[in-house]
Design a protein around this ligand. Structure first.
Ligand code: MLT
Length: 407
């Protein structure tokens, strides 16, 4: 019989979101008439922006012509999309990123997992706790950890706690880590990092020859103008950071799939004593394992940067951020302690009466028919917290708040 990758057997029962779906299914089977409102997984609900749809329709028609047809595209993404990204996301913020340093992909979840392909197994890795579970699970799957302990931490991974005591700000470690995952605006807590905080991380990474894996999938939701949108706004970061970006949340591409990763050419790693540039390894990885994002979708993503596209995306983002505000205001008025939801589409709520995260999940599901995400699903330090997502229609968000406030 075939041997399986036994590292998968170390994983906790299930990936967080499928586990939530399982519980909802069970609830639905017993309560078929319940009007459930889902503020759990951060999946967008509003239609794709018109500018993106029009660009994609046009691209489909092009593909129906002899001259406009395209087969395999460049693995790194089309030059015109990479140039638009650089011009609009980086040069405008003073970051000297070049188009050749952008790798267009089908998602930040995939990229933040696949990046482990080019990193050695002996690296000492740190994540925050709570954390986006993908970073942890993919380290487990690739044999970079030992077994999980009773509080849900994997041997071999280091966890930096973030909680209300430290303002959800991970302390700069005293010990040396080779790889550190940072996500700002943060999923799940909704916290953001100031320029000074990011500067301290870059300084730490440079002093320790560490690599920062910076997930900026939610940057479009930053409302405070002083908060950096990219790690590359910090001097020196091109020598120590990879950045992941996505069109999923700002432009509603969760089902359409388009994202990108930035690997500066100056970023170096080591193979024994030899210095190797990470850009070349990632390029090699992508050209072997990935055939690029479809031409049609890349044209849709490019339209995000058109004049009309920018207006539509701004409207979309502020629509979700108004939802976030409604959540924060209602729950705060009802006596809940609510974090985040100002520069991020997630509200991070302290559970009432010291309820466990899963108990509060079951309570809200049963009593308000509202689905959220248990904080403990994001790590041991998330216990006693609960995440509500602002990605839903206004009507549903308002209805959900009315129901929760009445409890
Ligand atoms: C979340 O709810 O945390 C996100 O939907 C996860 C993701 O973007 O993969």
């Amino acid at each position: 019989m075939v041997q399986v990758n036994s590292d998968y057997l170390k994983l906790k029962a299930g990936y967080l979101f499928p586990e939530i779906s399982r519980r909802i299914k069970e609830f639905n089977a017993k309560n078929p008439d319940a009007d459930l409102i889902r503020l759990g997984i951060g999946d967008v609900t509003e239609p794709l922006p018109l500018a993106c749809r029009e660009a994609m329709k046009y691209a489909i028609e092009e593909m129906g012509t002899q001259q406009g047809f395209r087969g395999y595209g460049p693995e790194q993404g089309y030059q015109w999309l990479r140039e638009s990204i650089v011009e609009n996301d980086y040069l405008t913020r003073g970051c000297e990123i070049k188009a050749e340093e952008i790798f267009v992909s089908d998602g930040s979840k995939c990229d933040s997992s696949n990046i482990l392909d080019i990193l050695g197994k002996a690296n000492k890795i740190a994540v925050t706790d709570p954390v986006y579970p993908v970073y942890v699970d993919t380290n487990v799957m690739t044999g970079r950890t030992g077994e999980v302990n009773s509080s849900g931490e994997y041997d071999g991974l280091s966890y930096i706690p973030i909680n209300s005591d430290n303002g959800f700000e991970a302390a700069i470690p005293k010990e040396k880590f080779d790889v550190i995952y940072l996500c700002f605006p943060n999923n799940p807590t909704g916290a953001v990092a100031t320029r000074e905080q990011l500067f301290s991380w870059v300084k730490y990474a440079k002093e320790n020859n560490s690599l920062i894996l910076f997930d900026a999938a939610y940057e479009a939701f930053i409302t405070d103008e002083s908060i950096p949108h990219s790690i590359y706004e910090i001097e020196g970061s091109k020598d120590c950071a990879i950045e992941f970006r996505s069109f999923s949340k700002n432009a509603g591409f969760t089902g359409t799939r388009c994202a990108f990763t930035v690997i500066p050419k100056s970023l170096k790693g080591k193979a024994g004593a030899e210095e190797v540039d990470l850009w070349s390894l990632w390029n090699r990885r992508q050209s072997t394992k990935f055939n690029g994002v479809s031409y049609i979708v890349q044209r849709g993503a490019e339209a995000v940067y058109s004049i009309e596209g920018k207006k539509q995306i701004k409207k979309l983002v502020s629509f979700y951020m108004n939802n976030a505000q409604i959540i924060k205001e209602n729950l705060t008025a009802a006596g809940y302690e609510v974090f985040g939801a100002i520069n991020a589409p997630y509200a991070w709520i302290k559970t009432p009466k010291n309820m466990s995260s899963w108990d509060f999940f079951d309570f809200l599901l049963a009593k308000a028919n509202v689905v959220g995400t248990p904080g403990s699903g994001f790590g041991a330090a998330g216990e006693g917290y609960f995440r509500l997502s602002a990605f839903n229609s206004r009507e549903n968000v308002e209805k959900a708040m009315q129901r929760i406030v009445k409890l």
